[in-house]
Design a protein around this ligand. Structure first.
Ligand SMILES: Nc1nc2c(ncn2[C@@H]2O[C@H](COP(=O)(O)OP(=O)(O)OP(=O)(O)O)[C@@H](O)[C@H]2O)c(=O)[nH]1
Ligand SMILES: [Mg+2]
Length: 336
């Protein structure tokens, strides 16, 4: 793509042209020429959207909550961009069938834009593309951008935590095997949602989460007071203001129950982040993580391009045959 085409595309995007938006996202997903240039041009126009991540085990109702949450935000006058990340789907770029059906009642609303992203190649690539798509939606002027990912692995969780507010969804009857995920995923939650509270066992799920939160809070408190700052005469070194009590919101997303409380909780968390100044920290952390990912990928690609074809393959064989260890292999590859 020529420079003036990238420029026109970004100008149209900023003017609210939905076709330019869809086209730009396709360019990014395809890593087409011109995508990088367009992203550079639109970057100064980002930073206004409020980013909300939604994650949780498969089938807990993430897409249904996203749908209901979008309707609630629309009712409050906000425009909403949605990125649904499906790392397991073999479909490229297109919406997963179930999501497409569920999101149908949002179709035709000019204040909503939905994009499903499927894994193509590495999860790292997916995470990078998701970040870029979020920035495009941000520049396009959406007030809120919702990012849905299944909370299965660390990478998917990383995608969700690129947000300012991360919502972790749980539901009754998900089985015991989910407990292990929950323990790790709980740490990233700013808001916990127990969805499907019309189902049996919902109150048990709420109680279990509350108990886990209380334990976590106690541990955090001990840790907090354990960090003594000698220069301040035994005062805790962490400021008090960044404490946030994670709320547990009960919803029946299929019936649009509890969504007003959920939006209120998002607003409260947002106000908390703004007032405490933590919002800048979160953005800085996100930029640091994204920059490190991009650098890692770019350096690896550069190294592979500079070495003779098959050099990496040959090294893998030597490591497998115990002719060289990993550390020496890295040094040898770096030194050429
Ligand atoms: N009873 C009940 N069912 C619900 C509720 N919310 C969602 N469901 C149903 O649960 C099923 C899964 O919902 P989804 O929204 O697809 O869940 P998901 O977490 O997005 O699923 P994946 O994207 O596949 O991980 C669907 O059949 C929904 O209709 C609810 O509040 N109550
Ligand atoms: Mg879903």
């Amino acid at each position: 793509m020529m420079t003036h085409q990238a420029k026109t595309l970004v100008q149209n995007l900023l003017a609210g042209d939905r076709r330019a938006l869809a086209r730009l996202i396709t360019l990014i997903e395809n890593r087409a020429p011109g995508a990088a240039e367009a992203l550079a041009l639109l970057y100064p126009h980002t930073g206004r959207a409020y980013l909300v991540g939604i994650t949780g085990a498969p089938g807990t109702g993430k897409s249904t909550v996203v749908n209901a949450l979008t309707r609630e935000l629309r009712a409050r006058g906000q425009t909403v961009g949605i990125v649904a990340v499906d790392p397991t789907s073999p479909f490229s770029g297109g919406a997963v069938l179930g999501d497409r059906i569920r999101m149908r009642d949002l179709a035709g609303d000019k204040g909503v834009f939905i994009r499903s992203m499927a894994s193509r190649g590495s999860l790292g690539g997916l995470a990078a593309a998701t970040g870029d798509v979020v920035r495009v939606l941000d520049a396009a002027g959406f007030d809120t951008v919702l990012i849905e990912t299944v909370g299965a692995g660390q990478s998917e969780v990383d995608i969700a935590r690129t947000a300012y507010t991360t919502i972790v969804i749980d539901a009754p009857g998900m089985g015991d095997d989910v407990q292990a995920i929950k323990a790790g995923i709980l740490e990233i939650a700013d808001i916990l949602v127990v969805n499907k509270t019309d189902r049996p066992g919902a109150q048990n799920a709420v109680r279990a989460l509350r108990a886990m939160l209380d334990t976590g809070h106690r541990l955090r408190t001990i840790h907090h007071h354990g960090q003594i700052n000698p220069q301040r005469g035994g005062e805790p070194s962490e400021p008090e203001y960044d404490f946030w009590q994670v709320p547990i919101i009960e919803t029946v997303a299929t019936e649009h129950n509890g969504l007003d409380s959920l939006v209120d909780a998002i607003d409260q968390h947002r106000a908390h982040l703004r007032e405490s100044g933590v919002i800048q920290d979160r953005e800085r952390q996100r930029i640091e993580a994204e920059l490190a990912d991009r650098l890692r990928e770019a350096l690896l690609n550069r190294l592979i391009a500079e070495r003779s074809p098959g050099a990496i393959e040959a090294m893998i064989r030597r490591i497998q045959h115990r002719e060289i260890d990993l550390g020496s292999a890295v040094r040898e590859l770096l030194d050429g």
